[in-house]
Design a protein around this ligand. Sequence first.
Ligand code: PLP
Length: 399
Amino acid sequence: VGWWDHVGAAPKDPILGVTEAFLADTSPRKINLGVGAYRDDEGRPVVLQCVRGAETKLAGSQFLESLPNAVNTKLVEESVRLVYGKETDIVQERRFAGIQALSGTGACRLFAEFQRRFYPESPIYLPVPTWSNHHNIWRDAQVRVRTFRYYHPDSKGLYFGALMDDIKSAPDNSFFLLHPCAHNPTGVDPNEEQWREISPEFKVKNHFPFFDMAYQGLASGDIDTDSKAIKIFREDGHLIGCAQSFTKIMGLYGHRVGCLSILSVDENQAIAVRSQLQQIARAMYSSPPVHGSLLVSTILGDSQLKALWEEEVKAMVARIIRMRAKLRESLEKLDSPLNWEHITNQVGMFCFSGLSPEYVDHLARKFHIYMTRDGRISMAGVTTSNVDYLANAIDEVTR
Ligand code: PLP
């Protein structure tokens, strides 16, 4: 028997598989609504002006060796300020353990490893549904994965009562993964009042809140508003874990910039936790790449570039909101027998359309429109010139 003869092909990733199918399609009408990457109204990928500005500022600087500690620290501090506020005492009093991570995925993976090392018996509770990779990440870190109810398919909104019941019935001291804004894939977030009910229940149960923040700003268009949930937990005195990704919010897809931060009771605890996170990272990939991290810390540390970035985030969100309104309007104009209010109620990059896997397959076969089989539409792929075609296709397959 030869080496690797027993290795079969891994199942296709549901999101990456959509891109593959899209690329193989030769129709000029084809639309990729699978991957959640921002596109402009011509369907082109976008390099933000703030990123170009940071590139100009950085041009000529030489960082051929891995990141000097000071640069790394800057990225982490700026990231933590982005979540907790500019003047947060967390940074002043150094009550956080933060580490640059390989974007949001890497931050989640580091946290999962850390969780397993120090709480090997504790499960992580993931919302139903969630970004499919959450399941892979915690499974590969050998953490037991449980789920809690989150979304109701009939109302296409939050299943709040069930969510609260599941928080209450989970064993004390469980880990919970929460999306602070622009929940992927549903686009459904708890409102402020509901967060204010969730947080105290976490206190009662002593659950650990881990926030996966991949879309700060992309829900409301405002960076501060979108971290409201985390700030509410913070006011209630939780020691929060937070994964941040700069992939979508700065359009840095391939650069893989992110941050993992864990609040601590004091600076000594922060030092201990941080050293453990560094040790985990050291054995996995040693240190993260330099360039993207410099771009982010340059933007966040420069008031002009930061203001420009915030405007660009607003513009991305405004375009997505326009496309939501247009898609719903087009479907209603066609006298679709179905209710499409959720298209405009949901927020962020995705619309959880409610289309069944059969409808999704039909859209691909007949109309060359590609999305994940859970019916998630990446609104960023919808443009002025394809929205009517999309509405017609959805109307036709759902009749
Ligand atoms: N978390 C959520 C909820 C996401 O939707 C994504 C990306 O789709 C990520 C994390 C990871 O993104 P990245 O690793 O590209 O930063």
